[in-house]
Design a protein around this ligand. Structure first.
Ligand code: FAD
Length: 420
């Protein structure tokens, strides 16, 4: 059976960086190729780093660094259009006590800095490498890169496609794959620095360690991120087309003031979305369409090439698990390779078996939550807020989140601590 000692990872997103570290630690010869010339500090702004993602990163030695960049979330509240709290729980505080990790907000750029450091130090992270072609034979894989300045080929035993939702690796090994599905929702996504000093913003939204949501027109969301008093806010709304036809539309800089104005016009003047938009520097505002990928059920590998993260199971953002799932994949794939003595076929099969149901459930839950939040059906609209309020006030929302997302983490969170 074919064993792998050298591995090339295509894509330096959260999944690619995590798996590069994990494989390096178990003794593989690793190289990571990212098409961007450098990591752009604003890319992706903030995201929810949940206990399952944090535990997985701690498993490969990043516990202290992660603690420094995560802003813990203790409280979850839902507001109405007048910014009055209609549901809340501070049970999230308990996560810290029971798991040792809080749900948290992190800046993507800060997590990237943490993960890239050991790779840069070892000289195995290559920027400006846009993978264009992969060919595999019985002895190895040849990868071609094409950029303005250079064309180059690399030969390795194994390749991991961690190149995101519009993966070129997927197109190469599964040419029949359908493109990502646009759900006719767009999002404006902003970062506000020093939220404590933004006195024009309603104090409810500025509350420390708190995630705030409103569901009157789609979804409005704010939470603290990073360790320097930043706050991220987002508004998700219905649209006919995504903001740009650019292939990288998911992280495009905001360039459509008209669409932002149209989106804001749906909200009452008392709604904090107006204050958040006014307090946000235009450079810190992103605009993109929401997509997911049909879950692939024909395996995530072909011979020596294996997929991970958004390239095989891109999810909608409603449960904040996309990056966390990519991190889990990375740990799971490294564990399977080590356990199978670096024999690719059994390791890839075991990895797929372990990850398929887990990621499919997350993708589906997120999709159904999105459908519920955005439904135009009058009956669903009328019960939406009471149902969400009940789920949050009764603790049901957190219990199911905990059981589903943290109970099935590949790095076991102590089972006695998980709510059954
Ligand atoms: C609005 C929104 C909010 C989100 N919020 C959250 C959240 O709160 N919590 C959460 O866990 N997740 C969240 N996510 C999801 C998360 O961003 C993704 O799931 C996660 O980034 C996937 O990681 P990845 O490594 O698979 O891919 P990516 O992070 O997309 O990385 C892919 C990398 O591959 C590179 N690349 C692409 N093609 C090539 C090529 N041909 N050659 C070389 N390099 C290439 C790209 O430049 C990129 O750096 C959110 C997503 C969206 C859209």
């Amino acid at each position: 059976m074919a064993r792998a000692r050298s591995v090339a990872i295509i894509g330096g997103g959260i999944g690619g960086l995590t798996v590069a570290n994990a494989l390096k630690q178990i003794g593989m010869s690793v190289s990571l190729y990212e098409r961007a010339p450098y990591f752009i500090p604003t890319v992706g702004a903030a995201f929810g780093l949940q206990p399952n993602g944090q535990i997985s990163l701690a498993h490969i030695g990043f516990k202290d660094q992660i603690e420094k960049i995560v802003n813990p979330i203790h409280k979850w509240q839902v507001i109405n259009e007048n910014c009055e709290v209609v549901a809340k729980t501070d049970e999230l505080r308990e996560f810290g006590k029971r798991f040792g990790y809080f749900m948290g907000g992190a800046l993507r750029a800060e997590l990237v800095d943490v993960l890239k450091e050991p790779l840069e130090k070892s000289g195995i992270l290559y920027y400006s490498h846009n993978m264009t072609n992969i060919k595999q034979d019985k002895d190895g894989v040849t990868i071609s890169f094409d950029n303005e300045k250079q064309q180059k080929t690399v030969r390795v035993d194994m390749v991991i496609g961690a190149d995101g939702i519009r993966s070129t690796v997927v197109k190469q090994i599964f040419p029949q794959t359908a493109p990502p599905i646009y759900i006719k929702k767009n999002i404006f996504y902003g970062m506000i620095d020093n939220i404590d000093e933004q006195t024009s913003i309603n104090p409810i939204v500025r509350e420390k360690n708190t995630i705030t949501q409103n569901f009157d027109h789609g979804e409005f969301l704010t939470y603290p991120a990073g360790d320097k008093g930043q706050c991220m806010w987002a508004v998700l709304y219905s649209a006919d087309t995504p903001p740009s036809t650019n292939d990288d539309a998911e992280w495009t800089k905001m360039n459509n003031q008209h669409e932002l104005n149209q989106c804001l016009a749906k909200f009452r003047q008392s709604h904090p979305v107006h204050e958040c938009a006014a307090a946000t520097d235009k450079q810190r505002l992103l605009h993109f369409g929401l997509y997911y990928r049909q879950h692939r059920n024909d395996g995530w590998h072909r011979n020596r090439i294996c997929l991970l993260g958004d390239s095989c199971h891109a999810t909608l953002p409603y449960v904040g698990q996309g990056a966390n799932m990519a991190i889990e994949d990375a740990i799971s794939l490294a564990t399977c390779l080590e356990k199978n003595n670096f024999e690719m076929e059994p390791a890839f099969q075991e990895y797929y078996k372990k990850r398929f149901n887990r990621t499919k459930r997350v993708v589906n839950i997120s999709r159904y939550m999105g459908l519920f939040y955005h439904s135009e059906n009058p009956i669903i609209r009328s019960i939406k807020l009471p149902v969400i309020s009940w789920l949050i006030n009764s603790g049901m929302m957190l219990k199911s989140l905990e059981k589903e997302m943290y109970g099935n983490c590949p790095v076991p969170i102590e089972q006695k601590n998980i709510v059954k």
